[in-house]
Every structure is written in C-alpha cells, then in structure tokens.
Design a protein around this ligand. Structure first.
Ligand code: UDP
Length: 359
C-alpha cells in the first residue's frame, strides 16, 4: 500500500514522527511525505525533522501566512497536483489544521482513501477553526483512528455507524512519541541547566489558540495570570509566533522567562521537570499527563475530556484569581501513578497493522 502523508504544523510533525517510524517497519507499506509549509520557521518545523529523524519530505509546499480560506484553497490546489502525480492508495492526515482538511478534501475528490489520525475529537465549539477542520475531515475519511473512547462515542452520536467507514480506537500516537523520545531527551537536552531551573520548581506555560491570542481581553488576563504565578515560582513560557505577534500588537509583555519555541527534546525536559503545566494546547494537556503533571487548561472546553473527568486537568478562565485558586488546589495533591488513558504507546503500530491488512 502506497501511503501519502500530509503534514504542515508542529503537532503534526510530532505525530508523524511516531507513525512514519512504524510505517517504515511495516512490510507492505510505503510512504510519501508532503509538507504543506503551514509552519515554516526553523524552530516550528526544521528542528523536529532533525531531532526526531523524520524522513525528508518528498514534496515541500510553502503555503503559509494566509487567511484560513486562502491557505486551505492554495493547499487544496497544490495537494491535488501531487496526488494526481503520486496516485497513492491512501492519504494519511493528522489532527485538525488547514493542512488536514485540504489533504482529506483533495484526496476524497480524487476517490482516494483517506485515513484520519486523531479522529472523533470534538470541542463542540464551532467558532474554533480546528473544530470545523476535524468535523469535515472525519466525515469524508475511510479510516477513523480514534485516540480515546470519548472520540469513538462522539462519532457514534453523529451517526457514523451509518457511513461506509472504519472506526478504530487505537490509542494516542502522541504517547508513542513521548515514550520513544524520552530517553533521547534525557541524553541530549540540557535546557534545565541552561535556564538554571530546578526540577519541580517552575511552571511551564504555552498559549497559542486563536480564542486566547486574538481576544485582547483574554490575552491581557493571561499575561496578568502568568505574572501572578511568577510571584510564586518561575514561569517558563516558550512563545508561539502568533502569540508573540499579538502580544507585541497589544503592547503586552509577561514578566516571566519567555523563550522562542523549543524543540521536542527540550520540551519533554520542560514538561517532565515542571511543577505544573498551564496551557491551551491540545498536545500539551496529554503530555502533562504522560509525565505525571497536573494541567490547567485556559479554555472553556477541551477535546481531552477524560483528563478532566479523572481530575488530572482543570479548565479555567484566564482570570488571575481563578488561575491561582486552581494552581493552589493542584499543589495540595500528589499525582497518582496513572498512565492508562491513551493506549500505552502502541497506537502507531496498531494504525500500520490495520492499514497493511486493508491494503
Ligand atoms: N511543543 C514543542 N515546543 C514548544 C511548544 C510545544 O515541541 O515550544 C510541542 C508540544 O510538546 C506538543 C506539540 O508541540 O507535542 C503541541 O503543539 P501545539 O501546542 O502547537 O498544538 P496543539 O497540540 O494544540 O494542536
């Protein structure tokens, strides 16, 4: 089976690093890699290919810094050309970005099979561009690889049993990546020493969702919250390029340890060494759990609902009082020995077995 994988944004590089490794090991599977260029900075793209041994893309587009419609449209046009040239048996897409939707749509219109990794997730908030991308991608996918039972349940509720598709709960490929790269991160990353950080004595924060960065009031509250947290313990804040731009536009600056985005090996050390994670990232909510850290999510909802129901994650408004209350609540707890929510690191293998049997 000839697979064509479409990636373009940071979390997709991390997911594809795990799955591409499994594809290379599975007899009968061949992979062509397409990078749309949605994320293009050295520290948002190249670093992951280098550190994580992701194969060099066979096709490299440079489609970025456009509005949602323009970006998705350009990708659709360019991906279609590649698909007509490569004629894969199946197109593999990840997550919920414009690259995901454009890849799935281009493939389906050419009657090619589509496999969606991280299918079935829902925030039930259609104002999020990611939610639109996921719903549409799921609906036209042939293989829906769900990371959680909640994701399978969401598809059941939407009537997917009536559609000609295959739904499989395989676990989360991000756990595969976290487990695989932990030893490498321990050997190669010196970020805690470089920043002079003591294990367990700093907060790790990331913010990049448009609902937070593009709402001046919320962004100002987030900065105020980070500043309040910093009065208690150092706050390490690797800043996404969009967030950096919005902070500058609003004339805001957090008096915390701001960094440029870091590579995955450094990120693992920061998560595993932190006291707690404060984020609006999807991936980071789970990685906090993988490394047994409590997580405060500055959003009104989450797709990773099992983390909230099991008490590992709390949702909070960005208001400093609420943030401090939640942080103090978690500070009184010790993280239980738990790791079973996301399949235990065998998701990529499961995906490849299913695809190779189907091919
Ligand atoms: N990440 C990273 N460096 C950073 C910030 C995040 O390597 O400076 C990783 C993080 O550990 C996770 C992924 O990027 O694996 C999450 O990506 P992001 O938060 O951009 O997207 P989301 O998961 O919200 O879709």
């Amino acid at each position: 089976m000839k697979l064509l994988t479409i990636i373009g944004a940071r979390p997709q590089f991390i997911k594809a690093a795990a799955v591409s490794r499994a594809i290379a090991k599975t007899p009968g599977l061949q992979e062509i890699l397409v990078h749309t260029g949605q994320h293009f900075d050295a520290n948002m793209s190249d670093v992951f290919f280098e550190e994580m041994d992701i194969p060099r893309p066979d096709h490299q587009l440079a489609i970025h810094s456009l509005s949602h419609g323009a970006m998705t449209g350009r990708m659709l046009e360019e991906i279609e050309k590649i698909l007509m040239q490569e004629r894969p048996d199946c197109v593999l897409v990840y997550g919920d970005t414009n690259s995901t939707l454009a890849g799935a749509l281009a493939a389906k219109k050419l009657h090619l099979k589509v496999a969606h990794v991280e299918a079935g997730l829902r925030s039930f908030n259609l104002r999020m561009p990611e939610e639109v991308n996921r719903i549409l991608t799921d609906r036209i996918s042939d293989f829906l690889f769900c990371p959680t039972d909640a994701a399978v349940h969401n598809l059941d509720l939407e009537g997917f049993a009536n559609f000609p598709c295959r739904i499989e709960q395989v676990g989360d490929v991000m756990q595969d990546a976290a487990l695989f790269y932990l030893p490498k991160s321990e050997q190669q990353s010196a970020i805690l020493d470089t920043l002079g950080l003591q294990k367990g004595e700093f907060f790790l924060a990331t913010i990049h969702r448009a609902e937070n960065t593009d709402d001046p009031l919320r962004l100002a509250q987030i900065v105020a919250s980070l500043n309040r947290l910093a009065q208690e313990s150092p706050v390490v804040f690797p800043v996404h390029p969009r967030t950096r731009a919005r902070l500058a536009e609003q004339g805001l600056s957090a008096s915390v340890r701001t960094l440029d985005p870091v590579g995955y090996l450094d990120m693992i050390q920061l998560i595993a060494g932190s006291r707690m994670v404060i984020t609006d990232s999807g991936g980071l909510q789970k990685e906090a759990y993988f490394f047994q850290k409590y997580c405060l999510t500055l959003r009104p909802e989450t797709e990773w609902i099992e983390l909230v129901t099991h008490g590992f994650n709390r949702l909070s408004e960005p208001d400093p009082e609420q943030v401090m209350e939640a942080v103090h609540y978690f500070s009184r707890l010790s993280f239980p020995d738990a790791s079973g929510l996301y399949g235990g690191g065998r998701a990529s293998e499961a995906i490849c077995n299913i695809l190779s049997e189907a091919g």
